[in-house]
Ligand binder design. Structure first.
Ligand SMILES: [Cu+2]
Length: 252
């Protein structure tokens, strides 16, 4: 990994997932519109200050006459906002929240958040997640995988490091063990609460290899500040080699 690589600059972090650009575009529209509205109102206010200054209109005139024309700015902004929400925003939201990739077309990972770490669980070559039991959790087995379960034999677990291959969507089942955390990868524009007792499915598809930081975006306790991990997006062959290495390093 290139240590000089920085995903952050003056603007937004690099857009490293397939939907990051879509979110950035809607942010740009919103900010451009707010800037335009700010400038227009400021110009109008400055005009009014000069046009209706004391020498010009020494006596205030109170009237409540509204004409249709006086509603024009409100109507225009209303139309713009409806367009922004329903035409621009909702389809992007639906794409991210509803259009989950099929598990057979994706890298499937279970992520369990806990105070103060991200545990990743891969089903291994058999594609089946092994059984987990809270009573089996210890330092050598952070997920509490049951060694008696045949599906657990090839499972891979890692702490604060998630490896995914480039060029495939990643389907993450997210949950938490203790309190509410939030899985946040700024470069992917991915953020989702991890809630105890709930499984939330999220997805992202990286568009570049590299290292991307996972931050916890929900104040979750004294160690919240250090609840961070890394997603390593690897070329497909490197990912396959890593997974093969995990399988080879296994005790018989
Ligand atoms: Cu947290």
């Amino acid at each position: 990994m290139n240590p000089a690589q920085s995903n952050y600059g003056w603007g937004l972090p690099v857009a490293a997932s397939t939907y990051a650009d879509k979110i950035d575009r809607s942010l740009l529209i919103l900010h451009a519109a707010m800037a335009a509205i700010f400038v227009l109102w400021a110009v109008y206010m400055a005009y009014c200050l000069v046009r209706y200054r004391k020498e010009n209109s020494p006596k205030a005139v109170y009237s409540h006459k509204s004409t249709l024309a006086s509603y024009t700015p409100d109507v225009l902004i209303f139309i713009f906002e409806v367009w922004l929400i329903f035409i621009v925003g909702v389809p992007i939201w639906a794409h991210i929240r509803e259009e989950l990739p099929a598990p057979e077309d994706a890298t499937v990972i279970r992520v369990v958040a806990e105070q103060f770490a991200w545990l990743a669980h891969y089903p291994g070559p058999d594609g089946k997640f092994g059984r987990m039991a809270p009573s089996l959790v210890d330092y050598a087995n952070p997920l509490g995988l049951d060694p008696q379960d045949p599906d657990a034999g090839d499972d891979v677990a890692s702490v604060n490091e998630i490896r995914v291959p480039l060029g495939r969507p990643v389907l993450v089942t997210l949950t938490a063990r203790d309190v509410i955390h939030s899985f946040f990868v700024p470069e992917f524009r991915t953020k989702q609460d991890a809630v105890p007792g709930m499984e939330n499915s999220i997805w992202f598809e990286p568009v570049m290899a590299g290292r991307f930081e996972i931050g916890c975006a929900q104040l979750c306790g004294l160690g919240h500040y250090r609840m961070r991990g890394d997603i390593f997006v690897l070329p497909e062959d490197e990912y396959a080699a890593w997974m093969a290495g995990e399988q080879a390093g296994r005790r018989p």
